[in-house]
Design a protein around this ligand. Structure first.
Ligand code: 3PG
Length: 367
């Protein structure tokens, strides 16, 4: 019952942004900095819960983070996200957004019932899971809702410690992620291939190591494939593709790990590795994919392998789950995201959940 109460909603606001400076005006005024949200999927995912809370006459304080700032960093302000929420939720073209404060927190009023807090990672207490900071956040509301599945693998104040101070619940989006991912991977059709690439290596490496418990094949490409030394420590069975790759995983045998060879600059995987990956993907009945196979910041050659992997997965008609900001942005921009069985908003969180890890954010909700 949220009627008349204030709810702290931990949402997933970590969206890809691009910043551009406009040209100087003819009158000589300096160009302005313009920020664009490249993919708003994560923001859209929070809307059903926000609408539910508003419909039930609650006030909502939205908290979230953007990027990895060390202290205050205006280029990672949530202001563009505040504008996005205004457009989406306030149907009044005269509404003007302005900086405001809620207790000691900076942020923005999004109409009469919503307050968006500035990037929580501007405060050291957030990543430190600091009880004092969590208490300050908790003091802003009477109920806590976590709708940030993509963040639930982090032991941070607005995800974990805050639940000690408020009655706590899962949001509608978080609930959906958990229910789809749990059902699909209870008894997956095999072979099951996990494809891992992209950035955030320190998060993904331990998860590659854990994947043998669910996967038949683990395919590693992109920047993460550079960490050869780390892969030597992993206990999967390593093979030289493609000879061995033809046989399925027999009971009790560990997953087969293939690590792609990269080009000299380390910006993309080599054709030979790509072909080996595709060969395995073609045989898989269930596929989990997180992370691009090369740099996607620049268009061109680096996108080639990621595109080929996407096409190969789509062609298989296997049960396919894709996650991670860069990967889903890549697929969405090409209009092919709907060809996957499920797109998760989580990157590291999705991999961690599927590998059987207990996510701190979910454990906190259960207590
Ligand atoms: C993500 O994009 O995976 C989440 O927003 C978590 O971000 P982090 O890896 O910076 O903690």
């Amino acid at each position: 019952n949220v009627e008349g109460k204030t709810v702290f909603l931990r949402a997933d606001l970590d969206v890809p942004l691009t910043q551009q400076t406009t040209n100087n005006s003819p009158a000589g005024e300096a160009g302005k900095q313009q920020t664009t949200i490249e993919d708003d999927t994560r923001l859209k995912a929070s809307i059903p819960t926000i609408e539910y809370l508003l419909k039930n006459n609650a006030k909502v304080v939205i908290g979230g983070h953007l990027g990895r700032p060390k202290g205050i960093n205006k280029s990672l302000s949530l202001e563009p996200v505040a504008h996005w929420f205004v457009k989406k939720l306030i149907h009044n073209s005269e509404f003007i957004i302005h900086n405001s404060k809620l207790a000691s927190f900076e942020g923005w009023e999004i109409g009469p019932s919503i307050f968006l807090l500035e990037n929580l990672r501007f405060y050291a207490g957030e990543e430190a899971n600091d009880p004092e900071f969590a208490k300050k956040l908790a003091n802003l509301a009477q109920i806590y809702v976590n709708d940030a599945f993509a963040m639930s693998h982090r032991n941070h104040a607005s995800i974990v410690e805050i639940t000690k101070f408020l009655p706590h619940f899962a949001g509608l989006h978080l609930e959906k992620e958990i229910s789809v991912l749990s059902k699909a991977f209870q008894n997956p059709r095999r072979p099951l291939a996990v494809v891992i690439g992209g950035k955030k290596i320190e998060t993904k490496l331990p998860l590659v190591a854990k994947m043998y418990s669910i996967a038949d094949y683990v395919l590693v490409g992109g920047k993460i494939a550079q960490e050869h030394k780390e892969f030597l420590k992993i206990e999967h069975q390593k093979i030289n593709p493609p000879a061995d790759a033809k046989s399925d995983l027999a009971d009790g045998r560990k997953a087969i790990l293939l690590v792609a060879d990269l080009n000299e600059q380390g910006t993309g995987i080599l054709e030979n590795s790509l072909n080996n990956f595709i060969e395995i993907i073609e045989r898989a009945k269930t596929i989990i994919w997180n992370g691009t196979m090369g740099k996607i910041e620049n268009n061109g050659d680096f996108n080639h392998a990621t595109k080929k992997i996407a096409e190969a997965i789509i062609k298989t008609k296997s049960y396919s789950v894709v996650g991670g900001g860069d990967t889903t942005e890549f697929l969405r921009k090409r209009g092919i995201i709907n060809k996957f069985s499920f797109a998760s908003t989580g990157g590291g969180a999705m991999l961690a959940f599927l590998s059987g890890e207990k996510l701190p954010g979910l454990v906190a909700l259960e207590k």
